[in-house]
Design a protein around this ligand. Structure first.
Ligand SMILES: NC(=O)c1ccc[n+]([C@@H]2O[C@H](COP(=O)([O-])OP(=O)(O)OC[C@H]3O[C@@H](n4cnc5c(N)ncnc54)[C@H](OP(=O)(O)O)[C@@H]3O)[C@@H](O)[C@H]2O)c1
Length: 308
């Protein structure tokens, strides 16, 4: 397939690789909808917040600090509600849950977008490898804390990645979530993104029989601040040839926004989306026993964290 065809091709949804967040929401009114987006200061989260607000949604935009969230919400037009949520700090995540509850809003969608990638050296939070903690455990605390605020037809959207394929062969290394027995930047990023996917699958199973949904997405490959830990040579190459084969940020935000609000996916749950269409993840991402084990391991991790 040529680059031109790839850019133009559309899947069964009517959208595809080249669709932007504005295109997938064209004609939709999101007036009266409350949507929480994590990581609204940069890249895909910033664009998702801008477009959702443009369509009328009240966006609750989270960032590591309140100051950062305020600045991002103001830059998006001022209508969004800024919230602090440092995902590697359980106290901050719990405070965010409480702040949302105090605000009283029902959430129509929770877009778990924030993330870090390929930290060059092993870092940990509360004894857990930092990418797993930030990308998965932080969002686990946030989502499970806010489930009772999710509207009857509310949607949870987890930002996974095609990089879930880089997770270890055995899926999740439950015997070494600290990463101490052999850390690799991409293997551990992949493991955290497989965890995002498995979490969406298990949450969908737990929400079965309700109108609430949970899905995971791969946004595409987009040059954003996510690459901040990549070697400068790789960033240089990305910068030079990226425009030829990478998605733009507007295109990268399309899939998460589509899954969060488009009426066509209101009843789709437990799926993995790429380019605004249902896609197939690697085989063990569909293993319900693995997904259940991850949920139980996550509960166990959370139970050991300090209460404040
Ligand atoms: N870009 C891609 O090619 C690509 C491909 C596949 C999947 N994804 C996924 O898409 C999502 C968005 O990525 P992006 O490309 O938009 O990256 P980005 O530009 O780096 O944005 C990431 C956002 O997450 C926030 N964040 C990072 N660590 C956090 C923490 N500990 N607590 C709270 N917020 C934190 C960042 O805040 P700060 O700016 O304050 O750090 C930023 O707002 C990520 O989950 C990523 O894994 C991206």
């Amino acid at each position: 397939m040529s680059l031109y065809q790839l850019f133009k091709s559309k899947g069964p949804s009517g959208f595809g690789y080249g669709s932007t967040a504005e295109e997938v929401t064209r004609g939709l009114s999101l007036q009266g909808k409350n949507i929480l987006v994590t990581g609204c200061t940069s890249g895909l989260g910033q664009e998702a917040m801008r477009v959702l607000a443009q369509r009328g949604a009240k966006v609750l935009g989270t960032a590591r600090t309140l100051e950062k969230a305020r600045a991002a919400c103001e830059a998006a037009g001022g209508g969004a509600v800024p919230l602090a949520c440092e995902l590697s700090d359980p106290g901050s995540v719990r405070a965010c849950v409480e702040a949302v509850k105090r605000g009283g809003d029902r959430l129509d969608a929770l877009v778990c977008n924030a993330g870090i990638m390929a930290l060059p050296r092993l870092e940990q939070a509360h004894g857990i490898e930092l990418q797993f903690f930030t990308n998965h455990v932080g969002h686990f605390i946030l989502v499970t804390g806010l489930l009772d605020r999710l509207a009857e037809d509310g949607r949870v959207v987890m930002l996974s990645s095609g990089a879930h394929n880089m997770a270890p062969k055995e899926g999740i290394r439950f015997d070494d979530l600290a990463g101490a027995k052999g850390y690799t930047p991409w293997g551990h990023y992949g493991q955290s993104k497989l965890a995002n996917l498995l979490f969406a699958k298990e949450l969908a199973r737990r929400l079965a029989g309700t109108r609430r949904t949970a899905n995971a997405v791969h946004p595409g490959v987009i040059r954003t601040n996510l690459g901040r830990h990549m070697p400068s040579f790789a960033n240089l190459v990305f910068g030079l040839v990226g425009p030829l084969f990478l998605k733009t940020v507007a295109q990268g935000a399309a899939t998460e926004v589509y899954v969060a609000v488009h009426p066509a996916v209101a009843t789709t749950s437990g799926a993995y989306f790429a380019d605004c269409n249902v896609a197939k993840p690697r085989a063990d991402a569909d293993d319900p026993a693995l997904a259940r084990r991850l949920w139980e391991a996550s509960e166990e991790i959370v139970s050991r964290l300090p209460a404040r």
